[in-house]
Write a protein that binds this ligand. Structure first.
Ligand code: AMP
Length: 623
């Protein structure tokens, strides 16, 4: 007979033990799943492709290319072209206009996910189907079991994540079009997630789902401050978003501390659901208010994150790709807390996770999870300088090149590839536009460093501006100089993130008519024209998200670009091949340019932006 317990174990204790045991079991299963799919990566890929092609055997797109129900890799690779967005734009437009026949997918298209990658200045529309949400949730569910191998005890507190929704619109055919995260936060998968100590956030759902970005940020920050000692990890999706939150605190701490002091919410927060949700958390706490005021009123904000949220173990934000520019700022605010990049995903498909989340940002690699989609790899050609060719998408591929795309398990260590995907939602051999480098393997599955997004030269937040767009925008702007006899001799650009929000800077070297001077207002018009000419993601960042500051033109002394060339040549560039870079990042070059600035001009107002595609505006207004 079992011995009677010496002391009565309280019910709560038993419950806790049970919960911990369940979590341990769940984590174990998740890690086993990762082992299994990475060990059998090729078989899983084969199965995924067969599944996609079997269920979509009758879709118009595959018929058009003569697949005739074949589901094997060889036939697929022989018949189905490797494509870019523009190649399926007419199919997408038909779906957007209300054609519900199975064009790309046998499953009904449930909505469009609007990518931050653009085509013709507008967000690309990625068709998705209902079940993709489950697949995305599956990828999310891998993150914490992986993380807790490295940082134990994360279930004992909360995550302070700044999460936001963005505006959505309707296509003429009535499908919703919105960013993938907005779709996820608004889904029942997120809103009704069962209580789980890993998805226990300081922000109430009502704050995350509030469409007014100020009210959303204010209430999320307030709730994060109220629960400061419970917070074990902090983050946002991208580094830029998290820094924006810290800047918000810098501006608004006095108001926030006042709310905490008296236990009532500032009347500027008018959304009734947000108010009710915050009032369930907010209690008068003069001591905490004093503490916040004391910390925030210090001149130095170095280490502010660890000072206000003292139990924080890491910052969960993406700092790979263009977001790497924010690493020094995050290090400053956090006194060097680990920066953790957990996953790699896109509107088209969620790809993979970082299995070694505490590694240095420069070493982050993502293991593609083979069950998420069918992945192929296009070897990337580098030019002689070892710089990934950045001007416009390369030509269409030859038949041989299309057939020679590399399988997931055949990529070579150290080699670079462009990612090509086939998804359950109906993209077939679609070029995502990301360049990845093989950094290692988890079992048979490769792990990739994110190298860059093809062509992107400027980015502050989720905006992605390429050289061609920049060139067109500059061309439109310089027409303002013509009446004054001014011409643009050379230009380059720079994403300045030294002040938040960051902004685009253009360095211009001009030839000016000595007898007529150009009024400052003309240069300001140039700034605005550039902004008006940039894509809708940039303009949304300026207008709605306020994540991008006014564009700046810095006119430099004559001869500056010759100096730039001299400098590049002194660093080893070939004089014959030297071309003015259309974007600069290297600090000494930025310094050189800045040291020769003669005048600066800022865009005087925001460019125009409205949700949805240009061509739908009328349709949406009618609704
Ligand atoms: P979107 O389609 O707007 O969701 O943007 C997806 C793109 O964001 C990807 O194709 C990448 O270029 C970029 N991205 C997503 N996750 C990461 C990451 N972990 N590191 C670097 N870039 C990323």
């Amino acid at each position: 007979m079992p011995e009677a317990p010496k002391e009565i174990v309280p019910y709560d204790h038993e419950k806790k033990v049970m919960e911990e045991y369940n979590m341990y079991e769940k984590n174990k299963k998740t890690l086993e799943f990762i082992e299994e799919v990475t060990e059998n990566a090729d078989q899983v890929q084969k199965r995924v492709l067969t599944e996609i092609l079997t269920r979509n055997a009758n879709v118009e797109y595959l018929h058009r290319h003569g697949l005739n129900g074949a589901t094997d890799r060889d036939t697929f690779k022989k018949l189905i072209p490797v494509i870019k967005y523009e190649d399926i734009q007419s199919d997408i437009t038909r779906i957007a206009n209300g054609d519900t026949s199975p064009i790309l997918s046998s499953h009904p298209i449930s909505e469009f996910l609007t990518s931050s990658g653009t085509s013709g200045g507008e967000r690309k529309l990625m068709p998705t189907i209902e079940e993709e949400l489950d697949r995305r949730c599956m990828l999310y569910s891998l993150l914490m079991p992986v993380m807790s191998q490295f940082v134990p005890g994360l279930d004992k507190g909360k995550g302070m994540y700044f999460l936001f929704i963005k505006s959505e619109s309707k296509t003429p055919g009535g499908l919703v079009a919105r960013p993938v995260l907005t779709s996820y936060y608004k889904s029942k998968h997120f809103k009704n997630r069962p209580f789980d100590s890993y998805t226990n956030y300081t922000s109430p759902n009502e704050s995350i789902l509030c469409s007014d970005s100020y009210q959303s940020m204010y209430s999320q920050m307030l709730c994060g401050l109220c629960q400061n000692n419970e917070v074990l990890r902090v983050g946002a999706v991208f580094a830029s978003g998290f820094i924006r939150a810290i800047k918000f605190l810098e501006k608004n701490w006095a108001l926030l501390a006042q709310d905490i002091r008296v236990g009532s919410l500032n009347p500027v927060i008018t959304d009734p659901e947000v108010r009710a949700a915050v009032m369930r958390i907010l209690k008068p706490d003069p001591q905490l208010a004093d503490f916040i005021e004391a910390e925030c009123s210090k001149d130095m904000w170095q280490g502010i994150i660890t000072r206000i949220w003292p139990n924080t173990k890491y910052i969960d934000v993406i700092v790979t790709g263009t977001m790497a520019q924010y690493i020094p700022t995050l290090d400053y605010y956090s006194n060097g807390l680990p920066l953790v990049c957990t996953m790699y995903a896109s509107s088209e498909c969620y790809f993979g996770v970082n299995l070694n989340p505490l590694c240095k940002p420069s070493e982050v690699s993502y293991t593609l999870i083979p069950s998420m989609g069918y992945f192929e790899f296009l070897p990337v050609q580098r030019n002689v300088n070892g710089v990934t060719n950045s001007i416009s998408m390369p030509k269409s591929l030859t038949e041989k090149e299309q057939q020679d795309l590399v399988e997931l398990t055949d990529v070579k260590l150290g080699h670079e590839y462009e990612l090509v995907i086939t998804t359950y939602a109906g993209l077939y051999r679609y070029r995502v536009g990301d360049v990845l480098r093989v950094a290692g393997f988890k079992n048979k599955a490769p792990q990739f460093n994110f190298v860059c997004r093809k062509n992107v030269v400027l980015s502050i937040d989720s905006d992605k501006t390429d050289e061609v767009e920049l060139q067109n925008a500059v061309k439109n702007a310089v027409s303002h100089l013509q009446p004054f006899g001014g011409t643009l001799l050379e230009y380059t650009s720079y994403a300045d993130t030294s002040v938040i929000p960051g902004h685009y800077v253009l360095f211009w070297e001009l030839s000016l008519n000595r007898s007529t001077s150009v009024p400052p207002s003309v240069f300001e018009d140039c700034c605005l024209t550039i902004e008006e000419s940039l894509n809708s993601v940039y303009r949304q960042g300026r207008v709605s998200d306020k994540s991008i500051g006014p564009l700046e033109i810095k006119v430099v002394e004559n001869g500056t670009f010759d100096k730039l060339m001299d400098y590049a040549i002194s660093l080893g560039a070939s004089i014959n091949q030297y071309k003015t870079p259309r974007c600069v990042k290297f600090a000494p070059i930025v310094e050189l340019l800045n040291s020769r600035v003669v005048s600066t001009y800022l865009s005087p107002k925001c460019p125009k932006w409205a949700p949805g595609h240009k061509q739908w505006c009328n349709a949406n207004e009618e609704r």
